[in-house]
Design a protein around this ligand. Structure first.
Ligand code: ADP
Length: 237
């Protein structure tokens, strides 16, 4: 199964992606996390991405597409994966179709977390993240048990550089102008809109409600195209 988590910055994609990945046993791939790792490592890609990300713009399609293609060709993605934050442009969506075709994977199921724009700034500026396990907290709604410390591994939490009020405004504008139009690309496919202005557990229930029939039919890892010859998904019905 190939899943795309779609939604504006702060819509809860990162939180849901962890839950879904655990539930289905498929890798969750966040292009934002991958780019931040590249920056930390000081790679050429990281250096090219740094200024763009800190200004709230989009890293070039060419760089992100290549990074994505390499990641999803890894063995753990052979039977499916979840993408968080990709595709963000129509060109990326077209590129992804090519990659899925090449890997003989079915077209993706799109889960669109829809959150009113006026709720996003507050959510993002009160967000904190564990740099180690990537778990996301929110000081207003889901604070850690000990202030500033990850519940799961005790690592001090960080505020992402691009969660400052000025950059958040730019990220939301970028989403509206460049990423929102990608929805039209998927509208006639396996597309589901989910209200994202609810609690994380309520949203997760909505998502499992959508995916359970698919899992019951195919098994979570069954995503090969029928007749592709190597459809050996674990637990395919
Ligand atoms: P959010 O969805 O909350 O904005 P992400 O961690 O997904 O956060 O992305 C952070 C930044 O990384 C984006 O603002 C953008 O600069 C860059 N980025 C992530 N994914 C992509 C992508 N698919 N294409 C271009 N840039 C990306």
């Amino acid at each position: 199964m190939v899943l795309l988590l779609f939604g504006p910055p702060g819509s809860g994609k990162g939180t849901q992606s962890g839950k879904i990945s655990q539930w289905l046993g498929i890798p969750a791939i966040s292009t934002g996390d991958m780019l931040r790792e590249e920056i930390k490592a000081g790679s050429a890609l990281g250096n090219a991405a740094r200024a763009i990300m800190s200004g709230g713009g989009l890293v070039s399609d060419d760089l992100v597409n290549r990074m994505l293609a390499q990641r999803v060709s890894a063995p753990d993605c052979a039977h499916g994966f979840l993408l968080d934050g990709y595709p963000r442009t129509v060109e990326q969506a077209e590129y992804l179709d090519g990659v899925l075709n090449q890997q003989q994977l079915e077209s993706p199921i799109v889960l669109h977390l829809d959150v009113p724009m006026d709720a996003l700034v507050g959510r993002l500026t009160s967000r904190r993240q564990c740099p180690q396990c990537k778990r996301i907290y929110n000081l207003l709604h889901q604070p850690p048990k000990t202030p500033g410390i990850c519940d799961d591994d005790g690592t001090p939490l960080i505020t992402r550089k691009d969660d400052s009020e000025e950059v958040v405004g730019e990220r939301i504008r970028t989403y509206d102008e460049i990423t929102r139009p990608v929805l039209a690309y998927y509208q006639d496919r396996k597309y589901h809109q989910i209200r994202g202005d609810r609690s994380p557990s309520y949203i997760f229930e909505a998502i499992t409600g959508i995916l359970e029939p698919v899992v019951a039919k195919n098994g979570s890892s069954c995503c090969k195209k029928p007749g592709s010859g190597s459809a050996s998904g674990n637990g395919s019905a």
